[in-house]
Design a protein around this ligand. Structure first.
Ligand SMILES: *Cc1c(COP(=O)(O)O)cnc(C)c1O
Length: 397
């Protein structure tokens, strides 16, 4: 047992977020060490042979293993309540690696219509090229999920709450549906992070993350991670070692630091987002607000059951169309006009022409990405400054 592993037996999540995975070197450093090395040396030719063959444990090359990346993987596994975790170079690399490692030509995937736009393109265009087909279904229409199964269905893929409409999907119910058909349920837990939601506890088989978002928390590094049962994550690891979408040690070190403050930040993001959603809901220029923290949101009760808080992302429809949405966005002075989210800095974006711009018009319509929709990833600035920023936009109409 390494020096931290007994923590898993008794420590609470807030302690695990700070201490799980931390293995010290002989230098007795207090903070996690950053191992910027591409390869590792061996004491003898025999030892090299034994490490390469896998007979002896130990590092060989950083495409395979790196101690800093390992610490990040152990910490994520502890927080998600997973047996294993594998870090990747980005969130998309986590999704791609999961699909390629666990699916083969002829297999079928059922994916929620309300997922990250690039995820849709990955399944629809690239995995399709290799004979993996995907059906997209309305996220909360569970009869449609059942109806979409074919004898070849091997995987269900969801995000909850979804981007950008904040649909809340019932993880427990979808896990039961998946398992009745011998399929895996994969949950993209990017919007909640393990600080707010642990999908494995509700029966999901794998969790994927874009660590780029809240796990970093300050918009610096790209990364991703896959967590779940070791038999599954070992398959993903085998693919990553071979194909190379490995997480950089530097990024892993930044993410380790991010995890230490994750819950505090997620609580603060959630509090700011809830206050902004309530305020937006009362604005005459706003047609509809999408945020699961609002009692009038369809998924409110389910979100309250699955999540510790409602998260930092909301969207709303301004009265009018693209012109009005762009006017509101362009009138802001504090919010950053950028597609990233999960940052201390609030970001604002027009999904129909950016994050979801590559979707066909009917796909946009099905996913609720209308021309008057604006997404805000609420940061940690003063909430009154954020309200005033949007007020400027509404006054410009
Ligand atoms: C950003 C994002 C991704 C992709 O992550 P990258 O790190 O940008 O590759 C996947 N899923 C969701 C929900 C995201 O927001």
């Amino acid at each position: 047992m390494s020096e931290w592993e007994d923590l898993l037996l008794f420590a609470q999540p807030d302690t695990l977020a700070i201490r799980a995975g931390h293995t010290r070197t002989n230098e007795d450093e207090h903070s996690e060490a950053l191992f910027l090395t591409s390869s590792y040396v061996f004491a003898s030719a025999e030892e090299a042979a034994n490490r390469f063959s896998g007979q002896n444990a130990g590092n060989v090359y950083s495409r395979y293993t790196n101690p800093t990346v390992r610490m990040f993987e152990e910490r994520i596994a502890a927080l998600e309540g997973a047996e294993g975790a594998v870090a990747t170079s980005s969130g998309m690399a986590a999704i791609l690696s999961t699909a390629v490692a666990l699916l083969k030509s002829g297999d079928h995937v059922i994916c929620s219509r309300s997922v990250f736009g690039t995820t849709t393109v990955l399944f629809n265009k690239y995995l399709q090229k290799f004979g993996i087909t995907t059906s997209f279904v309305a996220p909360t229409d569970y009869a449609a999920w059942e109806a979409a199964f074919t004898p070849q269905t091997r995987m269900l893929f969801i995000e909850t709450p979804s981007n950008p409409q904040c649909d809340v999907l019932d993880i427990e119910q979808l896990a039961a549906i998946a398992h009745r058909h011998d399929a895996l349920l994969v949950v993209d837990n990017c919007f909640c992070t393990p600080a707010l939601q642990q999908p494995l506890k509700f029966g999901a088989d794998l969790v994927v993350h874009s660590a780029t978002k809240y796990i970093d928390g300050q918009g610096r590094c790209l990364g991703g991670v896959v967590a779940g049962a070791k038999v599954l994550t070992d398959e993903v690891l085998a693919f990553i070692r071979t194909a190379g979408p490995t997480m950089s040690a530097f990024n892993a070190w930044v993410f380790l630091k991010g995890l230490e403050t994750l819950r505090l930040r997620m609580d603060a993001h959630s509090a700011n987002a809830l206050e902004l959603a309530l305020w937006l809901d009362a604005q005459p220029a706003v047609e509809k607000v999408f945020y699961a923290g609002l009692p009038n949101h369809e998924g409110h009760e389910l979100a309250a059951k699955q999540q510790r808080a409602f998260g930092g992302v909301l969207s709303f429809r301004v009265k009018g169309g693209r012109e009005e949405a762009w006017k509101v966005i362009d009138a802001t002075r504090i919010m950053s006009l950028t597609a990233n989210l999960g940052d201390t800095k609030t970001t604002i974006v027009h999904p129909a022409t950016t994050t979801h711009g590559r979707l066909a018009p009917e796909q946009k319509l099905e996913a609720g990405i209308t021309e008057n929709l604006i997404r805000i990833a609420v940061g940690l600035e003063d909430i009154n400054d954020l309200k005033a920023d949007l007020q400027r936009g509404f006054e410009s109409l």
